[in-house]
Design a protein around this ligand. Sequence first.
Ligand code: AP5
Length: 224
Amino acid sequence: MPELNLILLGPPGSGKGTQGERLQEDFEYPYYATGDILRAAVKDGTEVGKAAKEFMDRGDLVPDEVIIGIIAERLQSGEADHGFILDGFPRTVPQAEALDAELLKLGRQLTAVILIDVDDDEIVNRLSGRRVCQEKGHVYHVEYSPPEKEGICDVDGSELYIRDDDKPEVVRHRLEQYHDKTSPLVDYYKKQGLLNTLDGADDPDRVSEKIRTLVSTLSLEEGR
Ligand code: AP5
């Protein structure tokens, strides 16, 4: 497979995790979701987890230096030499600049940024119904994508829970953080000619279909 270096960008609850999981199954590139990495660190009680927890509980962004280190380590490890899918990183302009610098050092560049666009009212609706599995973080929605058995993950049978940061007041703060600190990345990547915007309000299968078509086209172009 040709090297594809992809970013999934979008507000909280836009479907990055849902689509990232499907993309990973279809294209087999390493998938790095910084929210999942941080939640695992909190669960394991690591130093990074201890440092990140209070920011995450409030719906604030974790400091840039913590998160940049996490991604730089993975890019330098060699496991992403043939491409990667980033979900939830970068989330600030300094993070985007650090990623550009890291890729430049490795003689590489981004292939595309996929913006999943969803409005704030729909986000609040989605996050109030989200359920996540304890074991591997598989994502459900009580109405839009319910599990076969209520409260239980279809994939691994573990219990589903409600994320602490899905409380309505925290969701509103996360949205403010997105508009303030992350949305400038839309222009940042537009200027670089990397931005591909999709309507994330469509149903999940339709969004997946559009992403799959885009990634297949990029794959053909890179393979030439
Ligand atoms: P993170 O876990 O990355 O949270 P997020 O970006 O806010 O994104 P979410 O996981 O909430 O949503 P999603 O877009 O993945 O949507 P999902 O597919 O689950 O980060 C958590 C925290 O970690 C941050 O607040 C911050 O503190 C910290 N952090 C992480 N990265 C950081 C960074 N780079 N810098 C600093 N701090 C960082 O879908 C949501 C729901 O909608 C689900 O129920 C799903 O079933 C449903 N759904 C999905 N698609 C559709 C659809 N098309 N139609 C209807 N329902 C849908």
